[in-house]
Every structure is written in structure tokens, then in C-alpha cells.
Design a protein around this ligand. Structure first.
Ligand code: PMP
Length: 362
């Protein structure tokens, strides 16, 4: 790794593999012998159409997306989908079931209320766990069940895809998309913004079951209309071409790493290293999340004296370990260790955590 680069634990926009940035920088002035930057290239041009088709195919290969599902390259961030989901999927029943496990699922539910009824399936007192299914209150007449696979702020992640019977399952996978394989066929719709695990802000990918497309409410804005977007193959208007290109470079990088099975193994090793450091610290560090709901991607933790936080962060920054401050609503620290964060980066963090602890316990 280049010595001038920080070891970036930001929750998003987040770290990007250095080789991807190098490739993009090499191709900046002349992409693929077009004599221009990808940024300057028309989205209607042959080379761009070929590129987006390749990128879509790479995603299909990585996730083994079945024929039954359509990939959409959208914009507007994950927030776009907070509105897009109810507008397109609430349909005749006019009702969505929402599993609340943190602030992102709550925000999505609040947006959905504008377009129809919502039912809260569960809502733990504190957002520090996934409540067991026995505590869920699923409706019998919902058009879909919504959940957030990984709540980025408090670091709460579903260990498995929830079983909700025949009702279409909708998932915000913004902060753990492509961090492990999953069975796309179980979803009515799954989506993620790019700026955490596959590149830069400006792109949101949605994978939607084809038979659910075309049920949008009549007043759905055209940009949010899955049917229009699907018919236009994500070229309804000018898509975020550069963000799509960067996502494509990351898909290439993921394949080079051995695909999602391999990436999932590395991710497990990385988070185990950090959780072990927390759990073996004799209470010096603490994770606020129930063990079986702990996120593999976003690890919030506190140290036993709140007054040491600034010193801890400053000491970390001196070692180029940056963006470790906890979310403003939570405090403490948070290490976001998406795919592009190396095992060595996590080791450096853990060594620092231990050194800091020893310095206080002298
Ligand atoms: N969902 C999750 C799980 C997130 O972590 C975030 C934060 N980026 C969002 C939604 C909102 O994303 P955006 O800023 O792209 O709208």
C-alpha cells in the first residue's frame, strides 16, 4: 500500500481498493482508447453500452442472480429507495411490514408512511440486537416485508435472511452488499448504495423480482418508477456513468479476490480479530451489541473512560488510522471494515487498541 494513504475506517463514503484507484487514475485521460475520460463519454455511445452490459453481467456472476430478477443502476442514494420501495411495491394492499433494527430501517418506514399503511413487525427498546422471530408481529396482508440487513450506525446485522413466507422480502443491504454470498431468489427487492462496498456515491443498485415490476402507484415520479427504469435498461436518463465504471472495477477486483465466498471468509477473520480484542480487554473496551447480532462490517465500541476518547482518536490518527469516531448519535468509536479494508489494516488497529490500553493500565 502507498505510504501516503490513510487506513480509512469510515462508514461511508469509504475505503476503495488501492489497485482500483490506480487503474482509474491511469485511465483518467484516455479510457479504453476512446481518447477521452470515461466521464466525458456519452452514455448512449457503443463503448459505454458495452461497458455497462459487462458490469451488469459481472454482478450477475458474482451474486448468481437468477433470470427472474432485474438489475437496475439507479441514483439518489439509498434514500431514493426509501421512497422507491413503497411507491413501487405497496400496490393494491397499500401496506408494508417493517422490521425495525436501527435508524435506517426506521427512516425507511417513516418515508413509507407517506404512501400507505405500515406495520411495525418488531422494534427492540434499544437498537442493539435482532429480536427473535417469536417476538415478530407479521401482518397477513402486507404487500412486502422490509428490513435492513446491516444497520450501519449501531453495527447490528442479520446473521441469515429472515423467513417471511410468501410475502416479497425487501432489503436495504447498503452496508454489507457483496460482503458475503446470498440467495437473491429469496428477495422481492434488494438494494444498496455504492459508497460503502462498491465504490463511490452517486450510484444505487437495486435487484428487483421481475414479476413485481409494473405495480407502481399512479403518481410515482418517473425517476423512481421501476418499470420505466427497467424498460430503459437503467438508461432512462443519464446514469451516473463514472460511479458505474468504478463499481465495475470493484467487481473485477472482487473476482480477483476469489469471489464472494473468499471475501466472506476474509471478512469473518477481520471482524473476529477486532471483536476478540474488545472481548479480551477485560472490560477496557466494550461492544454494545448482542453477540449474535454483531455486524461484520461496522464495529462500534467504547472504552471504559469516556474522557480518553479524544486522546485515543488523536493517537490513532498519528498512525494514519482514521475515521474511527463513532456516529454522532452513539459516541465512542466505530471501525467500518468493508471489503476493501485489509486484514493488515485491522491488525494495525488492534495493535493500537492494545497499546493504548496498556498505556492506561501502567
Ligand atoms: N441505509 C444504510 C444501511 C446506510 O448505511 C445508509 C448510509 N449511507 C443509508 C441507508 C443512506 O444512504 P444514502 O446516503 O446513500 O441515501
Amino acid at each position: 500500500m502507498s505510504t501516503e494513504r490513510s487506513i480509512n475506517f469510515s462508514a461511508g463514503p469509504a475505503i476503495i481498493p488501492e489497485s482500483v484507484l490506480q487503474k482509474a487514475s491511469k485511465e483518467m485521460l484516455n479510457w479504453n482508447n476512446t481518447g477521452m475520460s470515461l466521464m466525458e463519454l456519452s452514455h448512449r455511445s457503443g463503448p459505454f453500452k458495452e461497458l455497462i452490459a459487462k458490469i451488469e453481467q459481472d454482478l450477475i456472476d458474482l451474486l448468481k442472480i437468477p433470470e427472474t430478477h432485474k438489475v437496475l443502476f439507479l441514483q439518489g442514494g439509498a434514500h431514493f429507495m426509501f421512497s422507491g420501495v413503497p411507491l413501487n411495491l405497496m400496490g393494491e394492499n397499500g401496506k408494508g411490514d417493517y422490521i425495525l433494527t436501527g435508524n435506517w430501517s426506521t427512516r425507511a418506514m417513516n418515508e413509507a408512511k407517506k404512501y400507505g399503511k405500515v406495520n411495525v413487525v418488531c422494534k427492540p427498546d434499544e437498537f442493539n440486537k435482532i429480536p427473535p422471530k417469536e417476538e415478530w408481529n407479521l401482518s397477513t396482508d402486507a404487500s412486502y416485508v422490509y428490513y435492513c440487513d446491516n444497520e450501519t450506525v449501531k453495527g447490528v446485522e442479520f446473521p441469515d435472511i429472515p423467513d417471511v413466507g410468501d410475502v416479497p422480502l425487501v432489503c436495504d443491504m447498503s452496508s454489507n452488499f457483496l460482503s458475503r454470498p446470498f440467495d437473491v431468489s429469496k428477495f422481492g427487492c434488494v438494494y444498496a448504495c455504492a459508497q460503502k462496498n462498491f465504490g463511490m456515491a452517486g450510484l444505487t443498485i437495486a435487484i428487483v423480482r421481475k414479476d413485481l415490476i409494473g405495480k407502481q402507484l399512479p403518481y410515482t415520479p418517473m425517476m423512481l418508477d421501476f418499470e420505466l427504469q427497467a424498460k430503459a435498461n437503467s438508461m432512462f436518463n443519464t446514469p451516473s456513468t463514472y460511479a458505474i465504471y468504478i463499481a465495475g472495477l470493484i467487481f473485477d477486483w472482487l473476482k480477483e479476490q476469489g469471489g464472494l465466498e473468499e471475501i466472506a471468509k476474509i471478512n469473518l477473520k477481520k471482524c473476529k480479530l477486532i471483536y476478540d480484542a474488545i472481548d479480551n480487554s477485560n472490560g477496557f473496551y466494550k461492544s454494545p451489541v448482542e453477540i449474535k447480532s454483531r455486524s461484520r462490517m461496522n464495529i462500534p465500541f467504547v472504552c471504559k473512560n469516556k474522557e480518553w476518547e479524544t486522546e485515543w482518536l488523536e493517537g490513532a490518527a498519528k498512525l494514519k488510522l482514521v475515521s474511527l469516531k463513532g456516529h454522532r448519535s452513539v459516541g465512542g468509536f466505530r471501525a467500518s471494515i468493508y471489503n476493501a479494508m485489509s486484514y493488515e489494516g485491522c491488525e494495525k488497529l488492534v495493535n493500537y487498541m492494545i497499546d493504548f490500553m496498556k498505556s492506561k493500565e501502567k
